[in-house]
Design a protein around this ligand. Structure first.
Ligand SMILES: [Zn+2]
Ligand SMILES: [Zn+2]
Length: 228
């Protein structure tokens, strides 16, 4: 520094060589320039320092800005998630409502069906008719068994409809029909059993809903009875 300063002073002194008598002495000029240079250097340093500080501030600001952006992004994601959860919860509630409504409807239908069956069974006339029919078929069956015993025939009850005790056949009325519960009865008996909205198995009391358009032909044929 000292060396450079000395050199500079010399050079300045040479440049600023006085041309007239009013000019200040060369050493004075050199010192003045040196001071200005020092000041300028200081100012530069100050500016540099300020700039560095500003850079640091900017960096911090940028950093803060980035942080703020990240926070905003996270907030956005959080809100999206929350809204997704809300939507799902809502959907779940709706599904629950729909399913409970369906359950209530199902229960109501079941109750109405039970009520209908009770009403039908309370129908004295119908009950009496059914009883008479059963008595008649039992009488027939009794006669059949007597005949079978007399002629030493093998009795195969599965070959007969267990409601009317007539032998299954492929003719329209005696076609064996399989019920949903697994029992098999003839088409004629099934036709009598079928109510407009339901069918009830006479052997185990199983009930299943049927549409008004359903006929005996909608029940599967059970020709297995012929092979046994
Ligand atoms: Zn029958
Ligand atoms: Zn049954």
């Amino acid at each position: 520094m000292t060396r450079r300063r000395g050199k500079k002073s010399k050079k300045t002194a040479h440049v600023m060589n006085p041309v007239n008598s009013e000019s200040p002495p060369s050493q004075f000029v050199a010192d003045e320039v040196d001071d200005e240079l020092k000041k300028a250097k200081q100012e530069l340093e100050a500016v540099q320092h300020k700039l560095d500080f500003q850079k640091l501030c900017n960096f911090t600001l940028a950093n803060d800005h980035q942080k703020a952006l990240t926070i905003l992004e996270l907030d956005k994601k959080l809100i999206e998630k929350q809204s997704e959860i809300n939507s799902l919860t809502h959907q779940l509630d709706v599904e629950k409502l729909v399913s409970s409504r369906a359950k209530i409807q199902q229960d109501t239908q079941d109750l109405m069906l039970k009520l209908k069956i009770l009403e039908d069974e309370e129908d004295q006339e119908a009950a009496l008719k059914m009883e008479q029919e059963t008595t008649e078929s039992l009488r027939k069956r009794s006669n059949q068994l007597k005949e079978a015993l007399k002629s030493n025939l093998k009795i195969k009850p599965w070959k007969d409809c267990q409601l009317c005790f007539q032998e299954f056949a492929i003719n329209v009325d005696m076609v064996p029909r399989l019920l949903q519960c697994g029992h098999t009865i003839c088409s004629a008996c099934l036709r009598k059993l079928m109510k407009p909205t339901y069918t009830k198995c006479p052997f185990d009391g199983a009930v299943w809903r049927s549409s008004t358009t359903e006929t005996v032909d909608d029940f599967p044929k059970n020709y297995k009875v012929f092979d046994m």
